[in-house]
Design a protein around this ligand. Structure first.
Ligand SMILES: [Zn+2]
Ligand SMILES: [Zn+2]
Ligand SMILES: [Zn+2]
Length: 133
């Protein structure tokens, strides 16, 4: 919330509830999931408003975003600072961090290419969801 104020965004109850939802859930949620979770408290809250806010939060680094099945999904930024990647469950959106980075293996094949960043995510089903399928 301090970060939000620092960047000149208004601190509203809605934004606070949005962020506490993510702080509580610790998994990837789409704007639709968020709308579903908040609709009892904010029946008039539109998909667009949620989407815009999530995009803003991602831009200032409060949320991490990814995309699968053609949908953008967001989660609370991991508190750990060390470099890591995620295993993402396609069913419940839960994540697990992995500390092996595939870039370490690729170094010998870069041939002087100046790497400024990379993305690596593993999709599948967590042990809880595997049981259900
Ligand atoms: Zn993470
Ligand atoms: Zn799962
Ligand atoms: Zn990496």
């Amino acid at each position: 919330m301090d970060l939000l104020k620092e960047k000149g965004y208004k601190y509203t109850d809605k934004r606070k509830d949005l962020l506490s939802l993510f702080a509580h859930e610790k998994r990837y949620l789409s704007a639709k999931d968020v709308q579903e979770s908040l609709k009892h408290k904010y029946p008039g809250l539109s998909f667009d408003t949620i989407y815009r806010n999530l995009t803003t939060f991602a831009e200032i680094g409060l949320l991490e975003e990814t995309e699968w099945e053609g949908e953008r999904k967001f989660r609370f930024t991991c508190s750990r600072n060390e470099h890591h990647h995620h295993l993402i469950c396609l069913s419940c959106g839960s994540t697990k961090s992995i500390h092996t980075c595939p870039m370490e293996v690729l170094n010998s094949e870069l041939n002087g290419f100046n790497v400024t960043g990379h993305k690596f995510e593993v999709y599948g089903y967590c042990t809880d969801c595997k049981k259900l399928n």
